[in-house]
Design a protein. Sequence first.
Length: 306
Amino acid sequence: MELRQLRSFIAVAEELHFQRAARRVNLSQPALSQQIKALEEEVGTMLLARDRRSVEVTPAGEAFLWRAREAVNAANRAVLEAREIAGTEPMEFRLGYVSYLNLRVVTRAIAAFRSAHENVEVRHEEMPTQEVYAALRESQIDFGIGVLPVTHPTLKFRKIATGFWSVIVAPDHPLGEHVDDDRLPLAALRDQPIAMFERALNPALYDSWIERFRGAGFEPKIAFETNQVQTGLDMARDGEVSFLVASYIVDPPPPDLARLRLGGFENSIELGAAWREDDKSSALNEFLRQLRGAISLASEKKPSRA
């Protein structure tokens, strides 16, 4: 049994699609199918039930999947630790998240970590939220940041930000008259040009917003999609659009703009940091310590609300 077979099986079991899994492990689809077939022959039972239209993990495959992930993660960590101890490559700590999240606590933790550990190379892997947890499971990164919840049993997490959805507008925007309202009804955005995050950053979250607008009885006028927070703020500042954004991404809003909290739905969103449960590295422990310190400092500086 080979690690490459285990990695291929894990990819198919998670993607439930041979073509997507083949792209993920950089194989042709026929080569991937041959690896799965050879693995099943060695195990002695079917791990995947597939036909021309669908792929499902069998009960035996579910049990095997758990151990396959453990084996692959252990092998990845063993290689990295051996290289670090031997000094054949510099120690590195890989973080995966999308810069659009614009989190000060993360940048402060990175700066403090780098200052205390100059021998450790910190690498930021820019990746959409939906890829973060899969990259963690496969040991492609050591630490990830994404929207909660984290449901995978091999990952641990802690909440690092809680917020709400809002629109940011210029004072002279048509919605500016609602600045003193406790909540802005979603229906108020009907016929209003909206700037929001690019779908590629989080397709599931983007699509849920489109459905939310439709559930409120209208098709949204998406005037612009962006992967840069500053672009959204600049467009709002021009007065042509309202910028749909989570509160923790723009906190606080610039003094020349107004933030209107949306209402009429369960309006909360949580962001978390995640890591592999079996990762006992000193680099991870130190980064978690620096992150806790940054979160504590941010809480102390945040003004209390009446």
